[in-house]
Structures are given as C-alpha cells and as structure tokens.
Design a protein around this ligand. Structure first.
Ligand code: TRP
Length: 340
C-alpha cells in the first residue's frame, strides 16, 4: 500500500462484444499514464454483464480475452489494479445497501435502461433496472475521485453523485461529521482520439456493433484490417481535409492515422495534399496494422498463460478488496449493523 494517499481513478468494462481500435485509441491509451498520478482500478464487470443473458463459456473466455488485451495494450498489472467485479463481494453487498437509498423514479429516468429494455423485451429483469445502483456501488467503494467514462455513462455518474451526497447528508453526524463517501467527478480525457465507425462515421465505433465492417477489432488479421479500411465510407469531394461535420469519413481516417502514427492531423493534411483517398486509406491501413502488431503478439503470449492471467486476477481482487472492504465497514457502521 502507498503511504501517501493518492486520488483514485476507477473504470468498469463490460466483457461483451469485441474490443476495437476505438477502445484502444480513444480510452485505454489515455489510461496508461494515469498510474503516475492516481491509484488506478480497472475491473471487468461480470455482475453487470448478466443483466442480459450470457453464454457461460463465452463470458468466461471473453473475460480472459479482455484482460489479456488490456495488458497487451500496455496496462501493467503491477501498476494498476486489474480485477473481476464478482471476485470482490463488497460490490454486491454495497449495492444492496444503496438500493435502499435510490428512488425508483431516479432509476426510471435512466436512458440506458430504456434503451436496453427496448432491445431485450423478453428479459426485462430487475437487475437490468437496478444496473445503475451496482455501478454506484462500484465507484463509491474505492473512494473514487475520477471516473473515465464515455458520454453514454454520464447519467449513471450523475446518479452516483446524487446518491453519495444524499447518503453523506443522512449520516454526517453518525460518521463524526465526515462524509462517508467521496463524491466522484467524471474524467474528461485530455484530447484522446474519438474514433468513429468506418461505415457510419457519424457515430462512435462500438465493440457491440452488429455490422462487422464498421469496426476494426484489436484481434483482426492484417488482411481483414486492410480490407475494412479500404472499404471505409468517404465522400465525393475528393480533398483530404479534417472537417468532421462536413467530411466525417475522411476526418475519421485522419484521426485514426494520426493516433496510430503519432503524426499530427495538420502534418497529415499537408502530406496528403493533392492525393486521392486511396493513398490515405493505404497509409491508414498500414499504420493500424503496424500499431496492432506488437499488441497482438503480446496478447497471444498472455492468452496462452492462463495461470498467469489467473494470478493477475487473484492479486487484483486482493488489492481491490482491501479498499472496498474498508468502505463497506464504514457503511455498515453508520447504518447501525453489528460489527463482525
Ligand atoms: N456501465 C459501464 C458501461 O456500460 C460499465 C461500468 C460498470 C462502469 N461499473 C462501472 C464504468 C464503474 C465506470 C465505473 O460502460
């Protein structure tokens, strides 16, 4: 443990779909340096995943796959706490408590619940409705200061703040005048790349997209990557300029090329002035293939060493539990539960 308390960053990853270059360039890459300033916790949220029906074999393999990919992308388990949500019982236990401090009306307003229940009409279970409360528990257990999340999760983060503030107010005196929970903030990424779909460049590239050709997956072969990028949607204008509103497809290719090659967008615009989209696509495909090569090589090594991945998770769960259990104890104390 650190003797100096550093602020905590925590994020949860749904082990569903397949990780894309959007996840890597737009999120994971931004997380890599955070451990220098923060205590970082990244967890695979398997308890959240079962709010929609999962095939057990697929779920298990995907958790290993995601873990190996995160490490292969550079997330070092010695410097970040990587763990699985179900390995830390405090998540389920705090979420029960917080259910009793969250209003039905608040959960009814959550747009993700509305979207997901429309998509899974045959399985609108209580867990799906209650999903945000588990996320509130995830965040509050670690005294989290900053939560890197996408736009679709902002509403859940607002709920987290509301529940934390409410609970703190109720139990302020009981807790000796100290707030029980740290109230978290969303973490706005520096200027990370926002990678859009190749076929639909006006919407973010997604790991759970049904259209195979809209995303480049981290485990796509070089051939597949090249084919997908060559077929990316562009426009009829013919000039290589970064103008997302007017030229979403070309701008997206420039973003991808810039993020994978390290060259600035302005430099790329200058380099490709007067050239056709074919040249831009070839260069982008090549840069993506090169960028993923070491990630895939490292992934293949890690993926073969299941015992090694299990050790990472065991260690992660132990480190996570230390902090989570301390918070849960504080909560049980203020509630008036008999100490164990
Ligand atoms: N709900 C998040 C998503 O779907 C995943 C998640 C679960 C999460 N718990 C979290 C994200 C805690 C940040 C912090 O993307």
């Amino acid at each position: 443990m650190n003797s100096v308390q550093r602020p905590v960053v925590l994020s949860g990853i749904q082990p569903s779909g397949r990780l894309t270059i959007g996840n890597y360039l737009g999120a994971i890459k931004n997380w890599l340096p955070l451990h220098e300033q923060y205590d970082c916790y990244y967890m695979l949220v398997d308890l959240h995943a079962i709010t929609v029906r999962q095939d057990p074999k697929v779920l298990r393999e995907r958790c290993y796959e995601f873990l190996a990919l995160y490490i292969a992308c550079g997330l070092d388990p010695a410097k970040n706490v990587l763990f699985v949500q179900s390995h830390v019982p405090a998540h389920a236990r705090l979420s029960w408590v917080l259910n009793c401090y969250t209003q039905m009306g608040e959960l009814n307003r959550m747009t993700q619940f509305k979207d997901k229940s429309a998509k899974h009409v045959d399985n609108i279970n209580a867990g799906l409705f209650d999903y945000p409360v588990l996320m509130v528990a995830d965040i509050l257990l670690y005294d989290t200061a900053q939560v890197p999340v996408g736009d679709d999760q902002k509403q859940h983060l607002e709920l987290t703040r509301d529940v934390a503030i409410r609970f703190n107010n109720i139990y302020l005196e009981q807790n000796g005048g100290q707030p029980v929970f740290q109230v978290p903030e969303p973490m706005i990424p520096p200027v990370g790349a926002r990678i859009m779909g190749l076929q639909e460049p006006t919407a973010k590239m997604s790991k759970s997209d049904d259209a195979e050709t809209n995303s480049v997956y981290l485990l796509d072969t070089p051939d597949v990557i090249t084919r997908k990028i060559k077929r990316a949607v562009t426009d009829m204008d013919g000039s290589i300029r970064y103008a997302p509103a007017e030229k979403p497809g070309v701008s997206n290719l420039l973003s991808i090329l810039s993020a994978t090659s390290g060259e600035s967008i302005a430099a790329l615009e200058a380099r490709f002035a007067g050239q056709g989209y074919g040249a831009l696509k070839s260069a982008t495909a090549e840069a993506v293939v090169e960028c993923l090569k070491p990630v895939q090589a490292r992934y293949n090594e890690l993926r073969e060493d299941r015992a090694g991945l299990q050790r990472v998770l065991k260690d992660g769960a132990e480190r996570a539990s230390q902090r989570a259990d301390a918070t849960l104890k504080r909560v049980h104390d203020v509630l008036g539960f008999i100490p164990q």
